[in-house]
Design a protein around this ligand. Structure first.
Ligand SMILES: Cc1cc2nc3c(=O)[nH]c(=O)nc-3n(C[C@H](O)[C@H](O)[C@H](O)COP(=O)(O)OP(=O)(O)OC[C@H]3O[C@@H](n4cnc5c(N)ncnc54)[C@H](O)[C@@H]3O)c2cc1C
Length: 366
């Protein structure tokens, strides 16, 4: 019997599990390796922090999906991989052999670069969610500093502002590339205006050091905080190194247009852990979701002996950034618009995605 191992239950992998449920094939044993029995949907996290959604509305329960697909859920974390032996090493000491491997474990943050123990990173998202839930239950913060001016940092700074109201101070340290650096000028301008209008201080430049109760910026200024969110850039997981899999210059698992490893055709990867060599794609949840159908088709095709089909990744995607209250910015290519209707649009898309994976019900009325 062939064994398919699904490493990580990320956005794209959900499509593989769904496809397995639709085309159950008995001669294949499938194991889903996941650190938690659920997948947090990051697209709705800022809305959760702002109070628009409950936690239950933002998480996908993986166990029922696995059961429906005849997949065994193994709650563990991959800590190593030997591609020549086709073996995955797990943090519980177990070793899992595979015939076909589908990797969608997302990226990691490396807090060691900040030189401070206990720096509150945004990833793993599951840990951040638990820590923030505890924090809110004890005493909401009064001074929040978000480090990182990308989409996640921007949305979370505005979500904190909305949640805490005017009594709190909220600031965002953008990093050397500036606010929303991966977005076109029109989005950056709307983003900067949104922060200013809502009283979120935008600190241009890099953070140099983070201590337990302050962020020190490169110019030596100290920003006191009783809540720090480290939303800095992400990197590929370290366990890929030494795996024998070909890696891209950014450390990600190097893939072909078919989402196959460049070096090992029985290994497929999608989402932020993968780096497509022919067409470098933005590391984003939108691309991870969009890759799902192709990942599913090619992984199942490999098991059935069919040739893989290249994935034609979209050149541009719709990006929606929430602004704390029920308003959002929509970005499409160089164009950007903002309004309450954009938030309602985003809400429909997000809840539609969750409903497809068994998580239902509408937004909490506030
Ligand atoms: C607050 C926030 C807001 C964001 N907003 C946006 C946005 O507006 N637009 C956008 O495009 N992107 C956004 N992002 C980025 C987006 O979340 C990522 O690009 C996306 O999550 C990548 O998806 P993925 O499926 O590759 O990985 P993930 O969603 O991280 O899923 C990976 C899964 O693999 C599991 N896993 C991790 N390591 C291992 C391991 N070693 N072994 C087994 N399993 C493992 C994880 O537990 C997780 O379930 C945001 C991120 C955050 C945190």
């Amino acid at each position: 019997m062939q064994r398919l191992v699904l490493l990580g239950g990320g956005h794209a992998q959900l499509a593989v599990v769904q496809a397995l449920a639709q085309h159950r094939r008995s001669p294949v044993e499938t194991v889903l390796v996941t650190p938690a029995p659920r997948q947090v949907y990051s697209g709705m996290l800022p809305g959760w922090l702002a109070g628009h959604y409950t936690e239950a509305q933002c998480v996908i329960a993986l166990a029922p999906l696995a059961t429906a697909a005849g997949v065994t859920l193994r709650q563990a974390t991959a800590v190593g991989l030997d591609a020549s032996a086709r073996m995955v090493q797990l943090d519980d000491g177990g070793v899992l052999g595979y015939d076909v491997l589908s990797v969608n474990t997302g990226p990691v943050q490396d807090p060691r670069s900040w030189g401070a123990a206990g720096v509150p990173t945004l990833r793993p998202v599951e840990d951040w969610l638990a820590r923030t839930t505890r924090r809110l239950a004890v005493a909401p913060p009064r001074r929040v500093v978000v480090v990182g001016g990308g989409a996640a940092g921007f949305e979370l700074a505005l979500a904190w502002r909305y949640r805490l109201g005017a009594v709190a101070e909220v600031a965002i340290v953008t990093g050397v590339s500036g606010l929303l650096a991966n977005y076109p000028g029109a989005v950056q301008r709307l983003g900067a205006r949104a922060l200013a209008e809502r009283g979120v201080r935008c600190i241009a430049g890099a953070a140099r050091e983070i201590v337990s109760d302050a962020v020190v910026t490169a110019d030596g200024r100290i920003w006191a905080a009783d809540e720090i969110v480290l939303a800095t850039g992400t990197v590929a997981p370290r366990w890929l190194q030494g795996s024998g899999l070909a890696l891209a210059p950014d450390g990600g698992l190097a893939t072909l247009p078919t989402l196959q490893s460049v070096s090992h055709p029985e290994v497929f990867a999608a989402g932020d852990v993968a780096s497509r060599l022919d067409q470098p794609l933005p590391k984003s949840g939108v691309y991870a979701v969009r890759a799902g159908a192709a990942l599913a088709a090619n992984v199942l095709g490999r098991l059935a002996g069919r040739a893989p089909v290249p994935w034609a990744a979209p050149v541009r995607t719709l990006n929606l950034l929430s602004l704390g209250e029920r308003s959002a910015i929509a970005a499409w290519g160089p164009l950007a618009v903002q309004g309450g209707w954009v938030w309602r649009w985003k809400d429909r898309i997000d809840r539609g995605f969750m409903a497809r994976h068994g998580t239902g019900s509408g937004p909490v009325a506030t």
